[in-house]
Write a protein that binds this ligand. Structure first.
Ligand code: ARG
Length: 443
């Protein structure tokens, strides 16, 4: 397939070689991908040999290149979901690293370098909010950068980023056999820079990126594989996305493109020069969501009506947006929310709780007085026999000096809160708390 000229080009299909298509009919299947806009993309540190922070990045060009990849997916009929980019995380555009996703389960990354560590929380929240069984990997694991699904196996890279101990962890999490592969060339530091899965039986890879034993394994598993040349690998041609028929790959991998065509695939070249300045290409920008059914937004707990939740702040806190955010997040999960707003006097909270009799009270505070104001507040609530057993949690920025030690949290718990969610811990823990509560309320 060739792209017609022009920026807003539709995909124009050129006639496939009749001899080939007579022999092999490749079928495309619909996919769902997760991408992250390169809003904060930059090269300000170096964690792979492609990254040179002394050379300025053309952010606009990077955006256009990313946009093109996304447009091609959409034009091919695939669904593209977006995860909001986070300021200060310039590599978050490489969504493939966020997690590995299969059968409604998402094993979220644990990044090798500090510069990317904070991405995990964003992915954990994203997956948990959509009903995936999500948790962060215990061992260093850079998601689909190093884990690729082929032929019922999980091909798992290691050598530069992913810790081999995460292979066993992933095998257990997904219940799929893992084939460990060792990478040896730091230019190809993730498995997805050295190997691409074209369909369940077919892969293409660059042998020199792998240790000799791993090369043997690949030869045995995939005797029909397409083999990349040095030039293909340097153009990042293996960092490709295939739907079984169309293969979207970085431009410049001429031998790969020709081989793909010979084998009945339709290569679609896209420019990734600017993304490559960070060591990323098509696949790096794309995380596959393999389970459309399970991945639909969590049905509003509507079946059971969800929890009745009162959201409030401590009396001294005049911030409002954290409350609005919580209200939206809880509503999205199917709960019914009464948002009392900021600066709620303790008496008012108690009287509203007596009136509503909620399943859960969420106190959110971001002014740093949560540790101080929270103790008398929960005292007032627990003093009412009717509210003695009502689940009440507190979260946000609770101390003035950033996250405090467990001592302060223990004090709040001892005073009567059921749980304490300090700033920086992400939404996942809070969400699983509400899920557990749902289960106990409905049984
Ligand atoms: N600069 C990023 C890093 O070194 C690039 C990640 C590329 N992602 C991938 N799936 N290979 O972590």
């Amino acid at each position: 397939m060739k792209l017609s000229a022009g920026g807003d080009a539709r995909l124009a299909v050129t006639e496939p070689n009749p001899e080939v298509s007579a022999a092999i009919r490749r079928t495309a299947t619909k996919h769902r991908y997760l991408m992250c806009p390169p809003t904060y993309f930059d090269v300000v540190y170096s964690i792979n040999p492609w990254m040179d922070p002394s050379k300025p990045v053309d952010a606009r060009l990077a955006f256009l290149q990313w946009q093109r990849i996304r447009d091609v997916f959409v034009e091919l009929g695939h669904a593209v979901e977006l995860i909001p980019p986070v300021p200060g995380l310039p590599d978050m555009v490489f969504a493939a690293n966020g997690a590995t996703v299969m059968d409604g389960r998402a094993l979220v990354a644990r990044f090798r370098y500090d510069e990317r560590t904070a991405e995990s929380a964003a992915y954990l929240d994203w997956f948990a909010a959509r009903g995936y069984q999500a948790r962060q990997a215990a061992w260093t694991n850079e998601g689909e950068g190093d884990f690729l699904v082929a032929g019922g196996w999980l091909l798992a890279g290691s050598g530069f980023r992913t810790d081999p101990r995460s292979h066993a962890e992933s095998e257990e999490f997904f219940g799929r056999p893992v084939i460990g592969l060792t990478l040896v060339d730091d230019n190809y530091y993730h498995l997805d820079t050295a190997l691409a899965v074209l369909d369940q039986q077919t892969v293409m890879y660059y042998p020199a990126a792998f240790a000799p034993g791993s090369q043997e394994i690949l030869r045995a598993l995939f005797p029909d594989a397409i083999i990349a040349t040095d030039e293909d690998a340097r153009a990042f041609g293996l960092n490709a996305i295939s739907d079984g028929r169309h293969v979207v790959l970085p431009a410049g991998a001429t031998s790969l493109s020709a081989q793909l065509r010979e084998r009945g695939f339709e290569p679609i070249d896209v420019e990734v020069s600017e993304l490559l300045r960070a060591g990323g290409g098509v696949k790096c920008c794309t995380l596959e969501l393999r389970d459309p059914a399970a991945a639909e937004p969590v049905p509003a707990a509507a079946a059971g009506g969800g929890l009745s939740v009162v959201v409030t702040s401590v009396a001294s806190d005049s911030h409002n947006w954290n409350l609005v955010y919580l209200q939206l997040a809880l509503t999205e999960l199917g709960h019914r929310v009464l948002n009392l707003g900021p600066c709620v006097p303790d008496e008012l909270l108690v009287s509203e709780c007596l009136r509503v009799r909620p399943d859960l009270v969420v106190v959110s505070s971001v002014n740093g007085h949560g540790f101080i104001d929270g103790v008398p507040l929960i005292g007032r609530i627990r003093a009412c026999p009717e509210l003695a057993a009502t689940p009440v949690v507190i979260g946000g920025k609770l101390g003035i000096a950033g996250p405090a030690g467990h001592q302060s949290r223990d004090q709040l718990r001892a005073a009567g809160f059921d749980a304490v969610f300090e700033d920086g811990s992400g939404m996942a823990a809070f969400r699983s708390f509400t899920e557990r509560l749902m289960m106990s309320v409905s049984t």
